[in-house]
Design a protein around this ligand. Sequence first.
Ligand code: 0PR
Length: 389
Amino acid sequence: MQDERNLNLKEKHNQEMQPHPIMELLEDYYRRDMHYEDGHILGSMYTKPPDIVLQAFFKFYQTNLGNIGLYPGTAEMEREVVKFLLRLTSGKEDYYGHVVSGGTEANIIALWAARNIGFKRILCTMDVHFSIKKAANLLSLPIKEVPMENGRMSSVDLEKIVEPMDIVVATAGTTPLGFIDPVGEIGKICKEHNAYLHVDAAFGGYVIPFLRELGYTDKRFGFDIPAVRSVTIDPHKMGFAPYPAGGIVSRENIFERISVDAPYLMEEKSDTLLGTRQSGSVAGAYAAHLYFGWEGYRKIVKKCMNTTHYLVKRVSEEGFELFAKPEMNIVNIPVSNTRRVKKEMYRRGWGISTNPQYSTIRIVVMPHVTPEIIEDFLKDLKNIEKSYG
Ligand code: 0PR
């Protein structure tokens, strides 16, 4: 009897200790992926969130703000997250916003609402994120490219091109270079010509306010510029929230412009693009805001900028050029052949992205990109570039 009980306990223990066969199978797949913890992903605007943030995510991972009436608690957290986004974008507490699946959905919602208000054509630069092109295609809106000056939208050219009822998309923290379009000047032009101004600050929204406080810039990008009507700002980039957490905030209620009736739901309407919305990430974003706080985000931006400057210094010491002086924590290094370097670096375990239009590789200096990682990376990059002379 005693023996039998011991055996059962032992079996139970074994079961607890042994990974489930399904997990063993998944482990194989997991091993083939890259992981932020390894520090070798250098081309993404994401980093592993702190444990408490992941706990928050898993506590709420079955909530679905697509049926908001069932989840008043999560809905209130969404409002708290939006309040923080409004603080980052110099908005007022009674402005509008949603946590959505990412910058792509946020940009689509803004342009969808603008089109429904009556705006007719998109003006943006070549460096705008490709989600704007998706939105234009979905919404059957024509796009016209505004030339750039030093990698930023040229307000002189914008002034020549813009027409009433255009939608101007300015980017605060461009995907390829991390540059800030001159949103203040663009705003004046939009006001004069009755154009809608949307700002894509998906990445820069959690960076620029702190760059300002740290004295790196005096640029503005948010609602303190009167023409700005909506801003994309993503918690799952420099907000360190888990995917999927994009953000869209607006001065007027743009959401009622895209709202549809959903009579079978508790709240009987839907005013984002998606139906079901993974809302664990709303709790994740809220937890990240509580965990870091304003001061915490400023410290991280400071750390990322210090590492950015370290990278810039080491790049030139190692005999590489720098494509342009970084405006935030994105650095571009010219290479001989972007596609080959990306492939060769991947073979050596690095996840980098490239800007073929500038013949550069692009490093997003997230907190997991440390000086030690930079040293290893430069060693490999040097070897690859040397081997191709
Ligand atoms: N706006 C800007 C300025 C962006 O840089 C991005 C994405 C978006 C909008 C779209 O955001 P979602 O991807 O959330 O829809 N930029 C990221 C980047 O280039 C996308 C990304 C993320 C790419 C992780 C690769 C990756 O591994 O880093």
